[in-house]
Design a protein around this ligand. Structure first.
Ligand code: C2E
Ligand code: MG
Ligand code: MG
Length: 593
């Protein structure tokens, strides 16, 4: 019921109006003078005020002025009642902000019509005001809870959604009757931590605006994988977190992570028309086993993600307590790595590379191994990045090069004259000013002819500065060594920038080779890479060939060489020598020409 305050010193008129209001279903409040009127207006905040102009002490104008200065009463519709339509009264009242003017005596209809029209107007004003307020608060809410770049929930909202999911979980435990029949103890609330692989490289090369668009496109794809009850949050540039509430069995969670990886592996189209391939690493932690709050769960999922990344990326891992080695472990590893060379804990393994036309071993990739006294064999994926960060890669890399060249010369002397060795060079090494001299000197000292040394470089070396990279490469070519691009396809799909660089070999990354016979997209990529490489007079090596089916595909598409577990794992010197002696070959398929 609308409240109307009637300020009128003449009791008869006041009662009359109050009576009329009551019959019309308004709640009327009467005030016998201006000061009582002001007081009641402040106390009741009526929906409308009818006020006489001429009153002793505080007149109507005084009342209006007082109410307009008080924020609580300032917006209340105000109608003046006056005995005679005095033009000065009217102007003064309007200037003070009165909404209407009624001359006494007025008919009931006139009075009610004026009241109704003011209330209606007020309703639309407050209506739009409330709507504006609602919109503003929604916007504020959005800013607080959503990431501006991707429009995905932020960490804060993730936390709240996690707490809500937890409350539902606790509720379910307290009310077993709510438990659905298939619920059992092996149910979890999983948090997935997703990080894009090699994103800093992409970010630097694309520039911020294109990487932002890429991140948005990634966010959209990720969101499309989710059920509406799940939450994906954007934590920072290349990091996302997913709270799954709809899948709670370990197998299903793993399958979901794989789906996400598959979805992301489809190329993204950049504004300039180029396609880009990205991969991601996912770490998974499970409530309640790996933490009972979101911070802990994110922390552990992050550790698992790092583990997945160290294994080469494009992978997912469930958290295991052994991942919690943390910073102190890294430090210990770092300090023991600095002694590894002098303690002779490093070793070079050799993985055969086989020519598909002849079926023979034509070369070997030198792969570093660290025989840690306590930890056993440490993967190069784990310690090479560490060596890079600490510059230890420089002496270690020199040692690998020298060891590999010496070894190759020995095997050549043993009767495999054209055996070639491929040595990996990291970005840090490549950017060393005296690298060319060091390589030249090593070749001189070991007596290995330069054409039997192949240096493997990854694309990222050139993405930073193509011109400088090109000058360096040309200088290397002058020595006579071969240059291979390693892990090709994992950073950029475009071969165009490579056209101007003097490469000899393209190594297709193993992620494209894996299950190629079942993956039409990878088939198309690999076929295109081989064709383009051949047009550019490059030799193509496929890495990570594990199955006969993969081999058959590569043969059919005239890939030049393969390397992979199918033929042989990386081998110690002794084992490689044995292999050479057995004269192991890949069978030659006659249709290949
Ligand atoms: P990469 O140069 O791409 O080497 C190929 C990796 O794939 C090797 O891993 C090799 O063991 C593995 N591999 C070969 N065939 C197969 C297969 O059929 N299936 C699977 N799943 N894997 C296969 P590894 O030896 O662990 O080396 C990892 C990475 O560490 C290398 O990747 C390379 O980037 C780096 N690395 C190794 N040795 C050196 C080195 O002396 N210097 C530098 N700078 N980096 C090195
Ligand atoms: Mg390599
Ligand atoms: Mg590789």
């Amino acid at each position: 019921m609308k409240k109307i305050l009637v300020i009128e010193d003449e009791a008869a008129i006041r009662d009359n109006i109050l009576e009329l209001l009551e019959t019309e279903n308004y709640e009327g409040i009467g005030a016998a003078n201006g000061s009582i009127g002001i007081h009641l207006a402040q106390e009741h905040t009526p929906d409308l005020i009818l006020c006489d102009v001429r009153m002793p002490k505080i007149d109507g104008h005084g009342v209006l002025e007082a109410l307009r200065h008080d924020p609580i009463t300032a917006a209340i519709p105000f109608i003046f009642l006056t005995a005679q339509a005095d033009k000065t009264d009217l102007r003064q009242g309007m200037e003070l902000g009165a909404d209407d003017y009624l001359t006494k005596p007025c008919t009931s209809e006139e009075l009610l019509r004026a009241i109704a029209s003011r209330l209606k107007k007020q309703a639309t004003v407050t209506g739009s005001y409330t709507a504006a307020l609602k919109q503003a608060s929604q916007q504020l809410n959005h800013l607080n809870y959503y990431d501006r770049l991707t429009n995905l929930p932020n960490r804060q909202l993730l936390q709240e959604r996690f707490n809500k999911a937890l409350q539902r979980d606790i509720l379910r435990q307290r009310n077993p009757q709510l438990v659905q029949p298939e619920v059992n103890d092996e149910q979890f609330l999983p948090i997935l931590y997703l990080s894009l692989d090699r994103f800093s490289r992409i970010n630097e090369t694309l520039g911020h605006s294109s990487s932002d668009s890429l991140i948005k496109a990634i966010a959209r794809r990720l969101q499309n994988c989710l059920d509406s009850n799940d939450t994906i949050a954007h934590l920072s540039l290349e990091h996302f977190a997913i709270l799954l509430t709809t899948i709670n069995q370990k197998k299903g969670i793993g399958d979901f992570a794989q789906t996400i990886l598959d979805v992301l592996s489809k190329p993204f189209l950049l504004k300039n028309g180029n396609e880009i391939f990205i991969t991601a690493s996912i770490g998974i932690s499970l409530y309640p086993h790996n933490g009972n709050n979101i911070e802990k769960l994110l922390q552990n999922a992050h550790k698992a993600m790092n583990h997945a990344k160290n294994l080469g990326g494009n992978n997912y891992e469930f958290y295991a307590s052994k991942f919690s080695l943390g910073a102190s472990d890294r430090l210990a590893l770092e300090s023991s790595l600095s002694y590894a060379l002098e303690r002779e804990e490093l070793q070079v393994y050799y993985q055969p590379q086989v020519n598909l036309q002849t079926g023979k071993i034509v070369g070997a990739e030198a792969l570093l191994r660290w025989n840690h006294p306590e930890r056993g064999l440490v993967s190069p994926a784990k310690f090479i990045p560490l060596a890079e960060e600490t510059s230890l890669i420089i002496p270690i890399g020199e040692w690998v090069l020298k060891t590999a060249c010496q070894q190759m010369k020995r095997w050549q002397n043993l009767g495999v004259p054209s055996l070639r060795v491929a040595v990996n060079l990291s970005a840090r090494q490549f950017n060393q000013a005296n690298l060319r001299f060091m390589v030249y000197q090593t070749l001189m000292e070991t007596g290995l002819e330069p054409q039997y040394l192949e240096l493997e470089l990854t694309e990222n070396i050139f993405l930073e500065n193509v011109e400088i990279g090109a000058i360096r490469l040309i200088a290397f070519k002058a020595i006579g060594v071969q240059i291979a691009i390693d892990d090709f396809g994992t950073g950029y799909s475009s071969l165009s920038y490579l056209q101007h660089l003097p490469f000899d070999v393209l190594k297709i990354d193993q992620c494209f080779i894996r299950h190629i016979n079942e993956n039409a997209k990878n088939q198309a990529i690999v076929t295109a890479i081989i064709q383009m490489a051949h047009q550019m007079n490059l030799k193509v090596i496929a890495e990570g060939v594990e199955t006969e089916a993969e081999l058959a595909f590569l043969r059919q598409h005239q890939c030049n060489e393969i390397q992979g577990y199918l033929f042989s794992r990386p081998l110690s010197v002794e084992a490689f020598e044995k292999l050479l002696k057995t004269d192991k070959n890949l069978p030659i398929i006659s249709s290949f020409n």
